[in-house]
Design a protein around this ligand. Structure first.
Ligand SMILES: Cc1cc2nc3c(=O)[nH]c(=O)nc-3n(C[C@H](O)[C@H](O)[C@H](O)COP(=O)(O)OP(=O)(O)OC[C@H]3O[C@@H](n4cnc5c(N)ncnc54)[C@H](O)[C@@H]3O)c2cc1C
Length: 270
């Protein structure tokens, strides 16, 4: 939709040319959410597409994903053979239920920064121990574990004027075995529960729960838990952790989370 109240759109090409931050501005990435509903508080957009950051930068230490990398580009990435967890890229892309038009415009950064409980790029980057690289409006920068990025539905740890530049996935995360399970109320519905489990070579096991919870929950063990231990950790999550909207009640999401976690446990530890 048109956003008729917008008075200015900046298209900086480098960090030096970013305009001074204003509270009625928003970073514009793919625009698939920004242009999907009225934005009465906004007067100004800062379009990130001219920054021309490389989408994906693999190295010995891992993979840097630019905030402006599209879901389609991430899905198309051909990973080294010793990064089995990169198989999650396509699965997480498919968990975003949009047409090819959305896939080709929506960015990893936009998905993460919108911080919906059903954001599959949050699930991916938390599960693989991603670290957010943030640019601060005073010219500084900081790094934040993705597990600490989101604080609630559409609420995150970004401070006013901060920009997500990229997310770094460490090679140690990409080398893990990984599996994903998803549940929705309807066949093409938004994720009501989206879980990723990973297992490393030394037996470290982790479960990341998203979509059914108000923010990603990352549960980790140094050695594989029994199925009862895993279930007990999920049952111990506070009642207010479970998300409630038209895509599923908290009780049903909790039930599905326990079922999907048991299946993931069986798949990775069988
Ligand atoms: C049909 C359809 C289906 C969808 N399905 C899903 C779904 O299943 N799950 C889901 O999570 N979302 C879904 N969405 C919502 C949205 O399209 C996606 O979350 C998408 O990934 C947002 O990315 P974008 O690049 O288009 O972000 P934009 O719309 O450009 O921006 C989204 C928000 O993030 C901020 N932002 C963007 N980039 C940065 C950055 N680098 N640093 C700081 N802030 C930034 C923007 O200011 C804005 O507030 C859907 C949308 C549609 C239209």
């Amino acid at each position: 939709m048109d956003l008729p109240q917008i008075e200015s759109v900046a298209s900086p090409r480098s960090r030096d040319s970013l305009p001074p931050w204003r509270d009625d501005a928003a970073w514009l990435a793919g625009g698939t959410w920004l242009f999907s509903e009225p934005q009465p508080a906004l007067r100004s957009l800062v379009d990130l597409s001219a920054m021309a950051w490389p989408d994906l930068e693999p190295s010995a230490s891992g993979l840097r994903i630019a905030a402006t990398c599209t879901i389609a580009a991430l899905e198309a990435f051909r990973s080294p053979a010793d990064w089995p967890a990169a198989g999650l890229f396509g699965q997480c892309a498919n968990a975003l239920l949009g047409s090819f038009k959305i896939w080709n415009m929506a960015t990893v950064g936009g998905n993460v920064c919108l911080s919906l409980p059903a954001a599959p790029m949050l699930a991916l980057t938390v599960a693989l121990d991603g670290v957010a690289w943030l640019w601060q409006p005073d010219g500084g920068e900081r790094f934040l574990p993705m597990a600490d990025f989101t604080v609630g539905p559409q609420r995150n740890s970004l401070r006013p004027g901060e920009l997500l530049r990229a997310i770094d996935l460490p090679a140690s995360g990409l080398r893990r075995r990984a599996a994903l399970r998803q549940a929705s109320l309807t066949t093409l519905g938004r994720s009501a529960a989206l879980l990723i489990a990973t297992l490393d070579e030394s037996g470290g096991f982790a479960l990341t729960i998203t979509a059914s919870t108000i923010r990603p929950m990352h549960l980790a063990w140094d050695s594989p838990p029994s199925s009862d231990e895993l279930d007990a950790r999920i049952q111990a999550l506070l009642a207010e952790t479970w998300f409630d909207d038209v895509h599923g009640t908290p009780a049903w999401r909790r039930h599905m989370t326990r079922r999907l976690a048991a299946k993931l446990h069986q798949e990775l530890l069988a």
